[in-house]
Design a protein around this ligand. Structure first.
Ligand code: NAD
Ligand code: LMR
Length: 321
């Protein structure tokens, strides 16, 4: 169909009730890697979210400063900074949502898989702590390579006996944010009116170019930053959007749907990114891909071998170490 306006939920009197801080339940949210390039603006955006009552900022160093700074903002949540592993327990206890942007980012010329050797161990140790201190939290994994770090988290939780596939999410929201922005530019429509299912009213060549630009969006930023890291501000925005959707789902807001990389039977692979309906227990339903064009079908088949090997690499790492 034509690009449809996103549901005007914030102007609906019925839904607005859920957003008001007076009636929203207490929710503790932790950001692990909160002193980093993504972590700091994400901490700011989560401080602005009235659904959060406690904001827990954890990193190996630097979080007392970030917490003192963000904590002066006069919004609902109480902010605490935790630095170093001996404070991880306090950072995590009682969490409803844990967002993980901890780990190294790419430099020009690197693939996301080049980050595996460092980030796999970081994610493994953080997830071991989550299994211990807040096993029921929804985990929003940002650390790359997401196609491998989510399977690592799943294996860590399985070993600890706490795995619930409904509570583990790879954050893929930035791809959707980019696709909407690039589509709006190409189709010359107001970006706020673009939903995740744009119409195919563009020429095949335009669709191909938009697909490539979206797939290469991360590299576009890595190259523009020329050695100073990867997307941080747009990622913080995307991460805040996804965490907000998780909180709304937990709070019982109906029809919260976002794309995410989750345990899935949509394809023959054990994890896949698709639309997901969020609810009181996390994933309520993994939605199908819907009708695909020939171009999309080809793309789907082409991605499978690499995704399969990224998943297997993550599983192998978690079971070896
Ligand atoms: P950064 O280097 O600026 O920040 C990372 C932070 O993680 C640092 O503050 C560091 O101290 C912290 N950290 C390292 N080890 C830790 C540990 N054991 N516990 C807690 N914190 C720890 O990097 P960034 O730009 O914020 O990127 C972070 C990650 O997010 C990278 O892996 C990057 O590739 C990824 N990323 C993912 C997406 C996505 O779409 N999912 C988008 C952008 C970036
Ligand atoms: C992105 O797409 O921006 C992230 O995955 C970071 C990267 O390395 O490109």
């Amino acid at each position: 169909g034509a690009p449809s306006a996103a549901a005007a939920s914030s102007s609906s009197p019925v839904l607005r009730r859920y957003y008001s801080s007076e009636s929203a339940p207490e929710r503790k949210v932790a950001v692990l890697g909160a002193a980093g390039g993504i972590g700091q603006p994400l901490a700011l955006l989560m401080k602005l979210n009235p659904l959060v009552s406690k904001l827990s900022l954890y990193d190996i160093a630097g979080t007392p400063g970030v917490a003192a700074d963000v904590g002066h903002i006069n919004t609902r949540s109480e902010v605490s900074g935790y630095a170093g592993e001996d404070q991880l327990r306090q950072a995590l206890e009682g969490c409803d949502v844990v967002i993980i942007p901890a780990g190294v980012p790419r430099k020009p010329g690197m693939t996301r898989d080049d980050l595996f050797n460092i980030n796999a161990g970081i994610v493994q140790s953080l997830c071991t702590a989550i299994a211990k201190y807040c096993p029921h939290a929804l985990v929003n994994m940002i650390s790359n390579p997401v196609n491998s770090t989510v399977p690592i988290a799943a294996e860590v939780f399985k070993k600890a006996g706490t795995y619930d596939e409904k509570r583990l999410f790879g954050v893929t929201t930035l791809d959707v944010v980019r696709a909407k922005t690039f589509y709006a530019g190409k189709a010359n429509v107001p970006v706020a009116k673009v939903n995740a299912t744009p119409s195919a009213n563009l020429a095949d060549e335009d669709i191909k170019a938009l697909t490539k630009r979206t797939q290469d969006g991360g590299t576009e930023v890595v190259e523009a930053k020329a050695g100073k890291g990867s997307a941080t501000l747009s990622m913080a925005y995307a991460g805040a959007l996804f965490a907000d959707a998780c909180l709304k789902g937990l709070n019982g807001v109906p029809d919260v749907v976002e794309c995410s990389y989750v345990q899935s039977s949509i394809t023959e692979l054990p994890f896949f990114a698709s639309k997901v309906r969020l609810g009181k227990n996390g994933v309520e339903e993994v939605l199908g891909l819907g009708p695909l064009s020939d171009f999309e079908k080809e793309g789907l088949e082409a991605l499978k071998p690499e995704l399969k090997s990224s998943i297997e690499k993550g599983i192998k790492f978690a079971n070896q170490s």
